[in-house]
Design a protein around this ligand. Sequence first.
Ligand SMILES: Nc1nc2c(c(=O)[nH]1)N[C@H]1C(S)=C(S)[C@@H](COP(=O)(O)OP(=O)(O)OC[C@H]3O[C@@H](n4cnc5c(N)ncnc54)[C@H](O)[C@@H]3O)O[C@H]1N2
Ligand code: MOO
Length: 635
Amino acid sequence: MGSPFVSDVPAAQALAAWREARVAAGCPGRVDVVRVPVGEAVGRVSAEPVWAVRSSPAFDASAMDGIAVRSADTVGAAETTPVVLGCDDFEVVDTGDPLPPGCDAVVMREHVHRTADGGAELRAAVPPYQHVRSIGEDISATELLLPEGHRLRPVDVAACAAAGAFELAVRRVPLVVVVPTGDEIRPPAADLAPGDIPDTNSLMLAAQAREIGCAATVTDIVPDDPELIRAVLDEAAARADLVLLIAGSSAGRDDHTARVVARAGSVAVHGVAVRPGHPVVLGTTGATPVIGVPGYPVSAALTFDIFAAPLLAELVGAAPPERPTATARLARKLPSAIGMDDWVRVRLGRVGDQVVATPLPRGAGVLTSLVRADGLLVVPSGVEGHHAGETVRVDLLRGLREIDRTIVAIGSHDLVLDLAASALRAADPLCTLASSNVGSLGGLVALRDGLCHIAGSHLLDPATGEYTLPYVDRLLGADVAVVRLVHRTQGLLVRQGNPLGLKDISDLTGEGVRYVNRQRGAGTRALLDHELARAAIDPDRIQGYAREEHTHLAVAAAVAAGRADTGLGILAAARAFDLDFVPVAEEPYDLVLRTEDLDNPQLSPLWTLLDRADFRVRVESLGGYSCAETGKRIR
Ligand SMILES: Nc1nc2c(c(=O)[nH]1)N[C@H]1C(S)=C(S)[C@@H](COP(=O)(O)OP(=O)(O)OC[C@H]3O[C@@H](n4cnc5c(N)ncnc54)[C@H](O)[C@@H]3O)O[C@H]1N2
Ligand code: MOO
């Protein structure tokens, strides 16, 4: 963690040091003020207070359709003693009309009985100013409408226009210049040679800047050459309010960012106690702030949130962006290294009366962990992680209403769950199925502990040859229902053409066959052990039996990359990596849940989906699946 090159400055201290450095370098505290027509001001930040120059309404106005009257004329009117006004004693008005001179109240049409000779009969007395919007009710000329430093919303510009402010003083839109660097970086749509990386960070960082009301441009990709990077940095700094220099922030041979920024200006901080984002560089070039953004995508995204967004808000004099928070119970143990603020991406869903947070993969390169995240959880540097079931505070990336409608599935992963998640969302934009993979046994434990709605399981009990039910009995007892999702074929994933000619499980002990296994507790692991026991094969004779991967796809990836010759998995995983498939066994994959949840409206869209013929057709067309018992309750 501690590196000889990169320091571990706490985030708050790093922000303070960078601010001091910006002041010392003469960086502007605010961008300039410009005047824009009120219609173009939404999203901008007011640079001066807005004072009303006229009132709204500008006259006493009728608030209803009806008749304008003198209230004094109606005194004494009642059901039994109606008052009849002659046609000269009232005037017909519509909503918004100026109140006629002499009148001080309005009676709604519904309460007026017109007489044959054009008069108006009233059966209730009318208080002065009934149904009248008096002058200045909304805005009075000379009042303060909006303070400085207010980000203008549609309602604000409407109020400004009502108050006669047609041109507003706002802050200029800050310009962020993004500079991608790296010999291996290519434009996103380019054909990629081995080792090439598409420049996804520039796209993301520019969009993050625009999302908070800034302008952004991206320079050409700069090779790992300090002179070239320096030249582009100088040019960018001359026009930008903030330069984001991507990658090269850490300690590698081609990591020049810190040195280039130091030479071009100054480095205030190199390395913060935040992960992902650790090797960030905070500095200045001339009078322009520069951030050396770490190259890993999650690091880049979080670096923007933690360091760039507050500065950009400050430049326009607005409050820094803030996310709503909620408390949640952790679905899994969450270890965390001491000494670093650990930003963990989580999925959220409501189980019973609590929101449950399931941590997503932690790697700084796993961008999909942010794509799928409903929330962010910071494990502070002084805390060594959390236990499963602990209550934590999370920043919300999605609305609570959606989170309340999320079906939480924990357990073994299957592609059919992904297909179901997509179909559920297509049928109802508020419905989410969030599944996370901890293996079949882990799912049953999570269900026992009230941390999910559904545990996906395909656990074979070697003693009985039965799937899932014996484990349910042992772990969960009564009040548990089991619904069949699919039958699926498990088989040996092998490279195209099956070069080692594997035919069945007994071939795994063959000379030079390198196997890759699944983790303990995974149903696929149990299936292998069962098949080995049936064939009286000692697992020790299989080379690679102790090598564990956590998903079907990870096993397929290991075979595709040549790191192993075979592993047990599903056909869909073989297809995803263009592998061949040697069928070994058909197994049921079941959904385990609490009986009471069978009637939980949160889950009902799933049962409806499993009944749909078109969904079953799509599942079977994946290959290796049978829907003959899909949706059937087997317990
Ligand atoms: N010996 C050490 N190695 C590393 C350390 C360390 O402290 N000591 N820190 C690690 C951490 S933490 C991070 S984060 C990364 C930061 O890396 P750099 O900022 O130096 O970036 P690169 O090494 O050039 O690239 C990392 C990774 O990101 C990809 N990348 C770069 N630019 C882009 C882009 N525009 N779009 C998409 N992806 C991009 C790049 O190809 C690499 O795969 O360093 C660790 N190492
Ligand atoms: O700090 Mo790095 O950003 O963890 O990957």
